[in-house]
Design a protein around this ligand. Sequence first.
Ligand code: NAI
Length: 233
Amino acid sequence: MTTALVTGSARGIGFAIARRLSTAGHRIIMVDLNPQIHDSAATLDAVPIQADISTIEGRDAIKDAVRSSGQTLKVLVNNAGITRDALIGDMTEETFRLVTRINLGGCFELTSALAPYMVDGGGVVNIGSRAHLGNVGQFNYAVSKAGVVGLTRSLALAYAPRLRVNGVAPGFIATDMTDAMPAHVRERIISRIPLQRPGRPDDIAGAVAWLGSDNARYVTGQVVYCCGGRSHG
Ligand code: NAI
């Protein structure tokens, strides 16, 4: 049996990815800083790790748990991410750095830490965002997710041919993260989606499961938009 580790999987997209990979037959390790991870993991019979991917202590705890499980990873999904939106004049340096540190730094550092524990032919999938194309009020987030694209392409080169590294760039997906947006902003975004509905977490999970599987064995360094067609403008 193969093992998959998903960060930020207490809820939302990460939970849907963990559920999908579990259905695909992987043993699942679920990481989140939210204590809810214990209950979420219990529903999937998965191993929970409550840890912050953006700290050395958190990453060491994750690495130790993987090492002591005696398992190697077939799939690593870097999904944990945050938003701290503000218009440009109101964006503090602290907020800018925090979002970059978690969304981009956490993705890089955790991949570096866990790559030695991945099986040959394993797949890393990084969750970016269509917002890397640019969003008013989200320039810290857009920068962090644009970084995820460059990171994905560079890691794919660095780890080839042993591992594949790809990304998924979701558009607007109905989760707690997007529920926090003002209603008029949500409605405006949804009205511009060519497929005429918000995405669901499971829409992203399907793309992640494919990229992490051997069905995508000749795909590396790619970022797949999963946005109902909204990447066009
Ligand atoms: P969410 O806020 O519902 O879930 C994110 C999870 O990550 C939470 O459980 C949170 O506790 C965890 N997390 C945050 N920082 C962490 C850290 N430092 N260490 C460990 N866990 C941490 O968000 P959602 O919507 O499920 O998003 C998941 C990913 O998808 C994020 O990377 C987000 O940027 C990305 N995304 C989401 C979109 C959406 O429309 N919801 C659109 C594009 C990208």
